[in-house]
Ligand binder design. Structure first.
Ligand code: PEP
Ligand code: MG
Length: 869
């Protein structure tokens, strides 16, 4: 089996074997870009290593040195040579890039002797010793697991002692002293000498990369991001090029377009006389890439050309790492650049217009979940003007966030779990902070650039982030930060504007999002491709209006009970519930009727000729009654009934298991007058709107929780009677239908019978999930996380449709229903109707529409288009 490929042997399609970095290094070599030669040890070698109990097979070890020999020939240098050694970098490269894993070791191959050779050979001892101290530092941290700060402390001490601002001011003797200190540190912590044999360094580094696949941070990252644990990582071994030779060398990271806005202009940062992670580690403040144009115009020009070549080849925005060695440009990595949702939309639409990609590709380029960022609020303008601005930093990831400050990942997680809105404040973040970042509303760092860990990760998560705010001083131990003479402690409120990089004291109110032309264009394109209709779940005219603006084509679920709670009505609802005779109940219902009718009229007016699916009363009645003593007393008074009798009614209505109790159509069977009033309100409202506005209202009456054919027969008959009588008396026409929800497994199993009496089906997958699994949707939260931790569930089935089980019932019900009625209209109105993978399922089983909350309508449009492509 072949476990190693040189860059000349690989190509970009071999990503699963070579990892992202390895595949792209090979690809870039092929298209003639300046990539230092090297080779990749495959992900299969990693799996083999892990399988053998963390041991490298002899075949792999030998292979590594065969390929080193090949590099030696190419470079005309010897690995381990004392005068002019071949030096390499060792870097991990998984299929999906992943923070938390061991990353990079540079200058590997140096030792106490060859560092002197290198100094002589290059006539640049500072460079040689700087390279060696970096090797020991990275090796000690990454391979041996000694915390990075222990090494940093020595550097900082020396800088402070000598009054240096920058590490570039360290002189040869400083570096030699530091190297001794580093070596002693390794000895003290690990009881070993820093290995002097380059071969040993190399094998230890390779093994460390492979082992890091299974470290806890990497595992936790994979769990959060649904990345399988059995992919393994590759290792890249590459000839070193040096950005730390002097002021005509340097290193940087850049995006071929702006990753925050999508603007078609190279965007990036670099440092002269620097190496490796210096730029992203926030050690010195990097320079903007435009500075390079001034400092090294020729290199800059070559660089811009290189970014253009890469974009033309990959047909997507690239994130690249480069090094300049004495005026020569090298590219060390390219990958598809992470971007904000705003940038994703702009880049997709721009690239289609530039002719680089087609419409289908543009649609597929944007993650539907991501666009929710664009639909999210910003700070209110007038509020913002009054706001108390503390400091300005980098606009690292857009959006607005307000919350209480916490200074450690653990504290942030705890506070978020206690229901607080959290702003995580750190000097800078590292992969150890991932969990806190996930839970935070926003992230604030005092150090680091646009490509710092905090910035990159926040953008990936679509989370508001302000980075590199130099004017604040963070004291993580004291859990405080300082701005001028002001102090902010744990629990104090601040607000962040990630789009402008601003930090404010206190709470700032937010407003709705604004949608760009490119966004609208992408939505239009989506509509050309998608086959599913996109409806919305809306209970009020306002929600319906928002959904229409977002492109909804109808209402798939209007939950009438939400109207019951509004002021003026809840009292009549309660009167209806406690009524002990039919007559009293009717009297209360008569009071409710005008409210219901007006509510429906308002919604019909907003929706004009579009479908409006109104569900008859669903929740158990006790939900409408007060529970505490005082409220019960005042209600009894208001209704002029004895407190004791009200208490008895409440007790009677209590159920052991209300979600499986007296609810849904069962209420319609017990109290026909409730459903009759609702049908009367719907039909009268529709008739009146048709008459007043000249619309052709589409009223769809939906009966919930049907489990037997007979229930539907009775309730449909009853509704028809009410409706027909009203229509007979009216002077205008009305199209209406009567359908049912499929949300009880029995209804799905017998959907052919149910369909005989239904004009449409709508899957209530919230209840269908609850009843298929047999666990309560209100209580399952207590253990679902454990199920996810133990990998019994990959996803929460209440958020992402369980396609295998619940989906089987859906698929079956669609087929059975259409067996009875070929053209039966079928949709979904459970929460899953707004979740991309569930939408894809709905597309595949042939639903006519999905219905979701207003803010998810654009997500659903895009997801439905992607399913159809
Ligand atoms: C459902 O059960 O999926 C549904 C849409 O109804 P509700 O959530 O109101 O029970
Ligand atoms: Mg339901």
């Amino acid at each position: 089996k072949k476990y190693i490929y040189s860059f000349d042997e690989g190509k970009k399609e071999m990503k699963s074997l070579l990892g992202g970095k390895g595949a792209n290094l090979a690809e870039m070599s092929h298209i003639g870009l300046p990539v230092p030669p090297g080779f990749t040890i495959t992900t299969e070698a990693c799996l083999k290593y892990l399988e053998m109990g963390e041991e490298l097979e002899d075949q792999i070890k030998e292979g590594i040195f065969d390929y080193i020999e090949e590099l030696e020939e190419k470079q005309n240098k010897k690995f381990g040579d004392l005068e002019d050694p071949l030096l390499v970098s060792v870097r991990s490269g998984a299929v999906i890039s992943m923070p938390g894993m061991m990353d990079t070791i540079l200058n590997l191959g140096l030792n106490d002797k060859s560092v002197e050779g290198l100094a002589k050979k290059t006539s640049n001892p500072r460079f040689a010793y700087d390279s060696y101290r970096r090797l020991i530092q990275m090796f000690g941290n990454v391979v041996l697991g000694i915390p990075a700060y222990e090494f940093d402390n020595f550097l900082e001490d020396r800088k402070e002692k000598n009054g240096y601002d920058n590490d570039t001011e360290l002189e040869v003797q400083d570096l030699k002293d530091i190297i001794e200190k580093f070596k002693n540190l390794i000895k003290k912590r690990k009881n070993i000498e820093f290995p002097q044999k380059p071969e040993e360094q190399l094998l230890m580094a390779v093994e460390a990369v492979f082992s890091s696949w299974n470290n806890s941070r990497a595992r936790s990252y994979r769990n959060i991001n649904d990345i399988p644990h059995d992919l393994g990582t590759a290792v890249n071994v590459q000839t070193m090029v040096f950005g730390n030779i002097g002021e005509n060398s340097g290193t940087g990271v850049a995006f071929t377009r702006n990753p925050a806005t999508g603007e078609n202009k190279v965007f990036g940062e670099f440092l002269l006389n620097a190496q490796g992670e210096d730029v992203v580690a926030g050690i010195r403040t990097p320079k903007d890439i435009s500075e390079l144009k001034r400092l090294m115009p020729e290199v800059y020009e070559e660089f811009v050309e290189l970014t253009e070549t890469l974009e033309k080849h990959y047909k997507d925005m690239q994130d690249i790492e480069f090094t300049i060695q004495e005026g020569d440009l090298y590219v060390l990595q390219t990958r598809t650049g992470k971007r904000t949702a705003d940038a994703a939309v702009n880049i997709a639409v721009d690239m289609e217009e530039e002719g680089l990609i087609d419409k289908e590709t543009a649609i597929l380029r944007v993650d539907p979940e991501d666009i929710s960022q664009l639909l999210h609020p910003n700070f209110k303008k007038d509020e913002l003007e009054k706001a108390d601005m503390l400091a300005k930093g980098l606009a690292a990831s857009p959006g607005a966030a307000t919350g209480k400050v916490y200074f450690t990942s653990e504290d942030a997680v705890q506070a978020a779990e206690d229901g607080e809105d959290v702003i995580l404040v750190r000097k800078e973040t590292s992969p150890e902070d991932i969990e806190g970042m996930v839970k935070a509303e926003g992230i604030l760092t005092s150090r680091g650039g646009m490509t710092s860990h905090a910035a990159v990760v926040a953008r990936g998560m679509g989370k508001c982030c302000v980075a590199g705010v130099g004017d604040i001083r963070v004291d993580e131990d004291a859990k405080k930060f300082y701005v001028d003479d002001r102090v902010f402690s744990e629990g104090d409120y601040i607000s962040l504007n990630g789009s402008l990089g601003e930090v404010y004291a206190g709470v700032i109110e937010t407003t709705d999002a604004h949608l760009s032309d490119n966004f609208m264009m992408l939505m239009e394109w989506s509509d050309e491709y998608r086959q599913l209709g996109i409806y919305t779940n809306a209970d009020t005219p306002k929600d319906a209006g928002v959904a229409l603006d977002f492109g909804a084509e109808g209402i798939g679920l209007c939950r009438t009970e939400h109207m019951f709670f509004e002021s003026g009505r809840i009292i009549s609802v309660r009167e209806m519930i406690v009524a002990n005779t039919k007559k009293k109940r009717k009297k209360a219902l008569d009071k409710l009727f005008p409210y219901q009718k007006d509510d429906f009229k308002e919604i019909f007016k907003v929706m004009e000729d579009k479908a409006v699916t109104i569900r008859l009363l669903d929740p158990p009645l006790h939900e409408f009654l007060p529970q505490n003593e005082n409220d019960i007393k005042s209600l009894a008074k208001e209704l002029s009934i004895p407190v004791e009798s009200l208490k008895r009614t409440i007790e009677d209505l209590e159920e052991m298991n209300p979600m499986l109790g007296h609810r849904g159509c069962r209420l319609g069977i017990s109290y026909p007058e409730i459903y009759k009033m609702q049908v009367k309100a719907i039909i009268s409202a529709a008739l009146e709107v048709n008459e007043e506005m000249g619309y052709d209202v589409q009223a769809d009456i939906m009966i919930p929780l049907i489990g037997t054919e007979k229930e539907l027969v009775i309730l449909r008959e009853q509704a028809l009677e009410v409706a027909e009588e009203l229509i007979d008396q009216a002077s205008v026409d009305l199209s209406y239908t009567i359908g049912t929800m499929i949300e009880i497994p029995r209804a799905a199993l017998l959907a052919d019978d149910i369909a005989k009496h239904a004009d449409f089906f709508s899957f209530g997958t919230n209840d269908l999930t609850q009843m298929t699994y047999g666990f309560s949707r209100d209580d399952a939260g207590k253990f679902i996380n454990q199920y996810m931790d133990k990998e019994i569930f990959q996803k929460d089935p209440f958020a992402t449709l369980d396609q295998k089980g619940v989906g089987k019932l859906v698929d079956m019900a669609v087929k059975l229903g259409r067996q009875t009625k070929k053209d039966l209209k079928i949709g979904i109105c459970g929460e899953h109707g707004g979740e991309p993978s569930s939408i894809d399922f709905c597309h595949r089983v042939g639903l006519d529409y999905v219905s979701c909350s207003p803010y998810r309508v654009p997500i659903a449009r895009l997801a439905a288009a992607q399913s159809a492509i």
